[in-house]
Design a protein around this ligand. Sequence first.
Ligand code: UDP
Ligand code: MG
Length: 314
Amino acid sequence: MADLKKLLVIMPCYNESEILPITIKTISSLMNKWIKEKKIGEDSRVCFVNDGSIDQTWKIISQAVKKNKLFCGVNLSRNFGHQGAILAGMYDNQADIYVTIDADLQDNPECIVEMLEKIKDGCDIVYGVRRSRKSDTWFKKWSAQVYYKFLNLLGVNVIYNHADYRMMTCRAVETLKQFPERNLFLRAIVPLIGFNSAQVYYDRTPRLAGETKYPLKKMVALAWNGISNFSIIPLRLVTFMGFFLCFLAFVFLCFVIYRWSVKGTIVGWASLVTIITVFSGVQLVSLGIIGEYLAKVFVEVKKRPLYIIKEKIG
Ligand code: UDP
Ligand code: MG
């Protein structure tokens, strides 16, 4: 069975001490089953990436690695964020096939078998896609729907209801390394790689323990990365808005001159103040958008590392 592939399951972990014991049990029994059924090679492994947790996460990972040769661990020097942690796991380990999955296993890990089938059929990337958003709050459901539609409108190619549960071949991961961006939004970068891809559908279950590590602030930051890293349409919109307002100003000026020539009176103070306020507001927003893009360039040119590894075990 020399052609059995080495699978590497990558799990980013940030303060996951509550759920990790459950996750470790579930994933090790699944992996052992798949190895026994000869679906994956015996050298397949699970890599836990500790993303600067401040709880017992690294201790739990270290103990698991000591007890079971199936596991290995990467400890980052600080919190780099989910996307950086995923890259650390993929770029710092050798395997034939990589799969990234959240440490809370909300995304059904049993789908890995189906994903492997797609790889066997010649795909290089397999996206895990949520069948529905039943386990989400109404706010997350609604905001996600609006966001995905907005991204498509702006011409950003993302797969609806796919987050970061995906399988990639070694070739796809090597190609991903050619994308040197610092502002990470992997779900829009990966489709740019090309190659054959497929989708696998699953139902997302609620978190069994611990709480979400994606508070609104992180969610909004990631969402803005998705827009500003892949679309320049907001900048273009600012230009159009500028032209439109110049046109409006011209019409207003004509109106003022007309009033002055016909009635000899000046147009009311209130309308003037309103117009000044509106124009200043639009100008500030426009400057803000341009500033946001400039900030992105600022971050990109510095080329700071996406992650720093403190230690590796297993
Ligand atoms: N995560 C991480 N670094 C962070 C935030 C989150 O590595 O700064 C990991 C977290 O441990 C989990 C995954 O990213 O494995 C997704 O987080 P979570 O399950 O809390 O997100 P949600 O499912 O609520 O969107
Ligand atoms: Mg989760």
